[in-house]
Design a protein around this ligand. Structure first.
Ligand code: SAM
Length: 315
């Protein structure tokens, strides 16, 4: 299969921005535009079976000119890209404090904001200035009112800063090789040319950076849950990074382990590669998506949780 053929098999996923639109209202809207609730032809659509508020359309359907898209009610977001915010499961509370460490263009930030029902505070870091402008535009269009966008390098943020003392959840979706992406419309590739070249050295550099980001996230004193994801299909950026993070000083002193399988999209069948983990049983806690087979782009999701010292000594 060529990349184009694989892309043609991926439905047009749209996430309904529940800050602005009830899912039932959205379904009525699309029905009024001639779409029939089911999935096969260009004029049919369906509700996704794993992700709430996600609808599937024929891959040829375009939403760029749709009024609902222009009003921020529809977010063009691949199914796999909706996994991290759902796995992170952020709090819905006026005291909630969450970080999206690598935010632009902002699809996962606006998803987190919707899952938090616009309550609490969501700090959204993005170090690139141009991409930060895209993020701001996206957040304003989606009417995300609980987000504090910060144009800064997450690695330079002091975890002991009082501002972040209540942060309990961190979403980490750092730069990666992008090797899983077949449906490029849904992603804003950071360096398109780079994404074509996947030499070992480059992957190794990305993996060191990704590990550094996870270790930094583990230093936040109140953090309980960290979702780490990539749109790469390479174990070097996925299982190997997770395996190194689990052995790091930060994980050992902070008592971090992998969230159990039943907290990480248990209904999703494709899990991590057991042979790439030190403990093959850990692979069940990891989620993988395979382009061409799962009707999504290639993707990887993991989730670290902090356990009590007692729980840690028992494992
Ligand atoms: N989560 C985003 C979404 O779903 O729309 C996509 C994130 S993209 C894979 C990674 C982003 O992280 C890029 O925009 C990149 O500029 C940013 N980034 C990379 N390193 C960073 C750092 N140290 N601090 C903050 N942002 C960073």
């Amino acid at each position: 299969q060529t990349a184009d053929q694989r892309a043609a098999l991926i439905p047009r996923y749209i996430r309904i921005n529940t800050l602005l639109w009830e899912i039932e209202e959205a379904m009525q809207y699309f029905a009024s535009k001639g779409f029939v609730l089911k999935e096969t032809s260009k004029k049919e659509f369906a509700k996704d079976e794993h992700i709430p508020a996600l609808l599937l359309f024929h891959p040829d359907v375009s939403f760029q000119d749709d009024d609902a898209y222009k009003a921020g009610k529809v977010i063009l977001q691949d199914k796999a890209s909706c996994f991290p915010a759902v796995v992170l499961d952020p709090p819905v509370s006026s005291n909630g404090s969450v970080i999206d460490a690598t935010s632009a263009p902002g699809n996962k930030t606006s998803h987190l904001s919707a899952l938090m029902s616009n309550t609490g505070t969501l700090f959204a870091f993005e170090r690139d200035r141009k991409r930060f402008s895209t993020l701001e535009m996206m957040l304003s269009r989606a009417k995300c009112k609980n987000v504090v966008p910060v144009n800064d390098d997450f690695l330079k943020v002091d975890p002991m800063d009082l501002k972040y003392s209540q942060v309990t959840h961190i979403l980490l979706d750092p730069s990666c090789s992008g090797s899983g992406i077949v449906n490029r419309l849904d992603y804003l590739i950071e360096n398109e040319q780079d994404a074509q070249v996947e030499q070992e050295e480059r992957l190794q550099k990305l993996a060191s950076f990704q590990l550094m980001m996870i270790k930094h996230a583990m230093k936040f004193p109140a953090v309980q849950r960290i979702a780490y994801s990539t749109c790469s299909v390479h174990a070097i950026e996925d299982e190997h990074v997770v395996r190194a993070a689990l052995k790091s000083d930060e994980a050992l002193s902070g008592h971090f382990k992998l969230a159990p399988e039943n907290e990480v999209l248990p209904q999703w069948k494709r899990r991590g590669f057991p042979s790439e983990m030190d403990d093959p049983r850990h692979a069940a806690s990891l989620v993988r998506c395979l382009p061409g087979e799962d009707a999504t782009n290639g993707f990887f999701v993991s989730c670290f949780i902090r356990c009590s010292e007692q729980e840690d000594s028992e494992t």
